[in-house]
Design a protein around this ligand. Structure first.
Ligand code: FES
Length: 189
């Protein structure tokens, strides 16, 4: 007797039991994907909502201890890498904390002692020791961070004003730089 194999193959493709288990499997797979997506979304929201800064990390207040860490009056600026700024003390002894990132496209500029200015290696912007713009393409001078000075009783005794003027720091003060509070540099005239 001959068996018509075409009929057998056709019949196998439409077996209701196989069709059911295939659909069940796809449903489970879809639910599993949805579960993974939901879990990933929840993790992202949690990370976004929770503060990610520990004490002393860039983005928050960085406690620098006593004011003796400052460079001398009129000395070359000194980088403070952990908090991403340059310490500058002007000729009158007042301090500035310059954010280390160029306001043009975000490169890290450098102090050039032999030229007595900051120069950005990416597109050649130049800035004075105090952060004022000398040469574009940067659209403004260097941004400044807010400095706060506290006395031995932990009272605030001096603070960078809203214009970002250099701050006279009382003797023996403890310094905190607010790395998340930046004052934009002055725009080119
Ligand atoms: S990023 Fe500094 S000059 Fe362009």
């Amino acid at each position: 007797m001959t068996v018509d194999t075409r009929l057998l193959q056709q019949g196998a493709g439409t077996d209701p039991l196989r069709e059911m288990s295939r659909r069940t499997f796809l449903n489970y797979a879809w639910l599993a994907s949805l579960g993974v997506l939901t879990a990933e979304t929840a993790v992202v929201f949690y990370q976004f909502a929770m503060p990610r800064l520990g004490p002393g990390e860039f983005g928050g207040p960085v406690d620098l201890g006593l004011a003796e860490i400052l460079p001398g009056i009129g000395a070359d600026p000194e980088p403070f890498h952990k908090a991403k700024f340059w310490w500058v003390v002007d000729d009158e002894g007042a301090a500035i904390a310059l954010y280390k990132v160029c306001p043009h496209l975000g490169c890290i500029y450098q102090w050039k002692p032999n030229q007595a200015k900051f120069i950005c290696p990416c597109h050649g912007s130049e800035f004075e020791r105090g952060g004022a713009l000398i040469r574009s393409p940067a659209p403004r001078g260097l941004d400044r961070m807010v400095i706060r000075a506290y006395d031995a009783a932990d009272e605030l005794v001096a603070e960078t004003n809203e214009r970002g003027d250099a701050l006279h720091i009382p003797d023996g003060a403890r310094l905190v730089v607010e790395t998340g509070l930046r004052i934009l540099g002055h725009e080119a005239a």
